[in-house]
Design a protein around this ligand. Structure first.
Ligand SMILES: Cc1cc2nc3c(=O)[nH]c(=O)nc-3n(C[C@H](O)[C@H](O)[C@H](O)COP(=O)(O)OP(=O)(O)OC[C@H]3O[C@@H](n4cnc5c(N)ncnc54)[C@H](O)[C@@H]3O)c2cc1C
Length: 483
């Protein structure tokens, strides 16, 4: 069982108004907790989820796709969402062209039909292996492997795991394309455990069964859902809060947790708030300098790393041209992480369910206003922080070169969102089971650690992690677990 707030009247502080913080506040309110406050440093909610309404379409600049394991987010959308969940139309991706590029020896002489058969065999083997390693899949963090054989089997990077198990086509189709496309995985740099969390048996099933959609999306955008939760559950959020110091101690008279904050725009307005319980949603590593971290917290969380950055740009342009080999061009840029624009998404086309060749590269009517303009979100992924001027300029230059190549000029950038991505633990720490050590630490010093840095960096995963914590926590006074 996990230790948590002791009474429904406990004052609970949640740091961060991203999906995990807001979802946790909503769940606690729903369970009957009365005193919850979210402290957010920015002047908006949503964290790394960023939506822009443009030309009558909610342009989802970050969070967009939902794989088949997003049961709990899907349920939430069905209950509180004001739009609808739709299948992502076929994106005309030629996986086998990518496989031929990456694995010339393995694919030489094989027809597409032969490669499809091989992929099928690999996927079936992967599914069986996953179940053998972890049993019934718990999204998005499987049970801690207790046995040395399993620990050995899951060590190393995603690529090493797939190569050990002779699954090159899964590596190309699933890992390189789907994961790297949105930055979820960098198979040659990220622990196999993260890969096993994301590539689920259900996802594999969808890959084989054409009648099951591989991905869906919510056409009103996640921000609208978060706003509904805030409104319906009367969730209090203090925006623009700069946290100066967090002290946790049982000896304080007014509560176990003392937080010194100031208003971001009026530094003279500092205040001290007392709470009984603390829930931290951003990376704990980023808070270590303001927090009275215990040696064990310091040891675990100082090891978190963030070495990837995303730039998403909403751009209006003419339609331009189709590249003759778009997928290969993508595969090459995907592997470089140097801000080459690696993909763009035409959300208007998706909401209108344009599919097949019309969807490819956004060759569709571009908006409800009927103008011959393509409004698309372009993603750039890299290892250096684009807020450093030279890096930002280089990224801008690469985007411009791409737009010229695609003859989408003149173009205008309507909105831009830059963010770090995929805070995680290193391969060797994951080999030692550090992500499960965090789970064991929950409740330590009256604190829960939630959010993308302690599970998998997707909105679906953070919601399921919250629910898992709550399921393992006995509600005050009752001994009952929260469902
Ligand atoms: C380009 C891109 C595409 C993505 N696509 C998808 C997708 O298709 N599907 C999917 O499921 N997920 C996707 N994601 C991931 C998803 O956006 C994140 O996993 C999700 O936002 C994590 O939620 P969170 O609440 O844990 O963290 P965050 O969203 O990062 O929220 C943390 C919050 O804490 C606040 N904060 C930080 N430090 C402090 C502090 N010191 N004091 C107060 N507040 C603080 C931040 O301002 C922020 O509001 C994508 C992300 C990116 C960048």
């Amino acid at each position: 069982m996990i230790v948590g707030p002791r009474s429904f009247d406990d004052r609970i502080a949640i740091i961060g108004a991203g999906p995990s913080g807001i979802h946790m506040a909503y769940r606690l309110k729903e369970l009957g907790f009365r005193n919850i406050e979210i402290l957010e440093k920015e002047n908006r909610i949503g964290g790394r989820v960023f939506d822009v309404l443009h030309r009558g379409t909610v342009q989802q600049m970050t969070f967009l796709i939902m794989p088949p394991d997003y049961n709990e987010l899907n349920q939430l959308i069905k209950e509180y969402g004001t739009g609808s969940i739709q299948d992502v139309p076929e994106a005309t991706v030629d996986f086998f062209a990518i496989a031929r590029l990456l694995y010339p020896e393995y694919t030489r002489g094989a027809s597409d039909t032969e490669l499809r058969m091989r992929l099928r065999r690999e996927v079936i083997r992967y599914s069986i292996l996953h179940r053998r390693l972890f049993g019934i899949y718990i999204p998005y963090l499987m049970q801690r492997p207790r046995n040395a054989r399993v620990r050995r089997a899951i060590r190393g990077t995603v690529s090493q795991f797939l190569r050990r198990n002779r699954m090159p086509l899964i590596e190309t189709t699933v890992m390189y394309f789907y994961q790297t496309l949105f930055g979820y995985q960098q198979p040659h740099r990220v622990s196999a455990v993260y890969g096993l969390m994301w590539i689920t048996p259900k996802f594999c099933h969808a890959l084989l069964d054409q009648s099951v959609p591989l991905f869906s999306f919510f056409d009103s955008g996640l921000i609208s859902l978060l706003q509904t939760l805030i409104h319906n559950y009367n969730i209090e959020i203090k925006l623009n809060t700069d946290i100066k110091r967090i002290t946790r101690s049982r000896d304080m008279q007014n509560g176990n947790v003392q937080i010194h904050c100031s208003n971001k725009f009026d530094k003279s307005r500092t205040f001290i708030e007392y709470y009984d319980f603390l829930i931290v949603s951003p990376s704990m590593r980023d808070l270590l300098n303001v927090m009275d971290a215990s040696p064990v917290e310091r040891m675990i969380f100082s090891r978190q790393i963030t070495d990837t950055y995303f730039i998403s740009s909403l751009i209006d342009s003419p339609y331009g041209i189709k590249s003759d080999r778009p997928n290969i061009a993508h595969a090459k840029t995907l592997l470089r992480y140097d801000f080459e624009p690696n993909v763009h998404v035409d959300i208007f086309a998706m909401t209108q369910n344009y599919s097949g060749s019309t969807f490819r590269l956004g060759f569709t009517p571009g908006g409800y206003d009927g103008k011959r303009i393509l409004s698309s979100v372009y993603y750039q992924l890299g290892r250096l922080d684009p807020r450093i001027p030279a890096v930002g300029l280089d990224a801008e230059h690469k985007l411009r070169r791409y737009m010229i190549q695609m003859q989408r000029i003149p173009y205008s950038v309507i909105a831009r969102f830059i963010t770090p991505y995929h805070t995680r633990f290193s391969v060797s720490d994951m080999d030692k089971g550090i992500i499960w050590n965090v789970l064991d630490l929950q409740g330590h010093k009256n604190t829960w650690y939630i959010g993308a840095s302690v599970t998998y960096d997707t909105a679906g995963a953070v919601i399921q992690y919250n629910n898992r914590l709550l399921r393992n926590y006995a509600l005050p006074g009752s001994g009952y677990r929260a469902l």
